[in-house]
Design a protein. Structure first.
Length: 311
């Protein structure tokens, strides 16, 4: 999908349609990808580039909001096709792009080794000379168009969100939550936080949301999925749900069936909110659509609970 200011949303094909996006920014014949999906996404991204009338030598940057594999798994493989491009990543994530071994091990612990191999393929390391670390405030220039990388922890400690000077919008990765087009209603987009393992931090996440909101962005371009507007309402919804999810996790803690309780409670929370939002989907259909996200959110909240206990 093509938007104003030379921004294209590309479906990476990961998991299901309209679930995982890469965004292509074009300025004066130069281009940058923000998040890239998996190894299997590379042909789609190269096709989108060609359909935009650009060659592979037009891409200057691959900017990764964080190194989770649905965002960054295909970066090394994509770089092999882009002779002039360099990859930009949070300093905490750089070592995982240089050597993905630990990244694969972490994903395997969550999803299983066989599933990781099937879903993501063999990760390709990024050469050190093609990797740029982006601390807070780091600027990336795309034909004079400034893209500013802000340190936005909460979902992950190696997370940056990219502010586009030209459009005023943010590319927030997972810091600004998940919004699937199937749950849109007459009120606009429906949104929920993502607390995927293993670095969920509620206070940091709320602070990161507030920081982006302070720039008064007219839109957010989400990896999951695409452009959303009405940003102040969505930000308030996210903060409210973060607090509700933390409360549900604390209520379930200490029970022998903690995980099952939390999965059920999160499903109820999202389904009730979706119905109140006016989504056409039934409560059961909402739970089904969000099934993977509910499971991962429960896991992330449990890791947060257990980490607090160890502190």
């Amino acid at each position: 999908m093509t938007h104003a200011h030379g921004i294209l949303t590309i479906d990476t094909g990961f998991f299901r349609p309209r679930f995982d996006a890469s965004h292509l920014l074009i300025e004066e014949g130069r281009a940058a990808f923000i998040d890239v999906g998996t190894n299997h996404s590379v042909p789609r991204l190269l096709t989108a580039l060609a359909e935009a009338g650009l060659g592979v030598d037009a891409v200057d940057w691959i900017i990764l909001t964080h190194v989770h594999l649905d965002h960054a798994g295909g970066a090394g493989a994509l770089l092999r096709h882009l002779p002039r491009a360099r990859a930009v990543v949070h300093p905490r994530g750089a070592r995982h792009m240089l050597d993905p071994t630990q990244l694969v091990a972490g994903a395997s612990a969550v999803y299983g080794a066989d599933e990781v191999r099937r879903t993501y393929g063999e990760l390709v390391p990024i050469p050190a000379g093609r990797l740029v670390e982006a601390p807070d405030g780091h600027g990336v220039e795309l034909a004079g168009r400034r893209l500013t990388c802000l340190d936005t922890p909460g979902h992950a400690r190696h997370h940056i969100s990219i502010h586009d000077e030209r459009s005023g919008a943010f590319f927030p990765g997972d810091t600004f939550g998940l919004s699937y087009r199937e749950l849109d209603s007459a009120r606009g987009a429906f949104i929920l936080p993502t607390t995927t393992p293993v670095q969920f931090e509620p206070d940091a996440l709320k602070a990161s949301i507030a920081r982006m909101l302070g720039h008064a962005p007219p839109a957010m371009y989400l990896t999951h999925y695409g452009r959303v507007e009405d940003v102040p309402r969505l930000a308030a919804d996210l903060v409210e749900q973060v607090d509700a999810m933390v409360a549900l996790a604390c209520a379930a803690d200490g029970h022998p069936d903690r995980h099952a309780r939390l999965v059920t409670a999160l499903g109820d929370l999202y389904a009730q909110r979706a119905v109140a939002h006016g989504c056409a989907a039934s409560a059961g259909a909402v739970r089904e659509l969000l099934g993977m996200d509910i499971e991962l959110n429960a896991q992330g909240l449990e890791v947060w609970l257990d980490r607090g206990r160890r502190a």
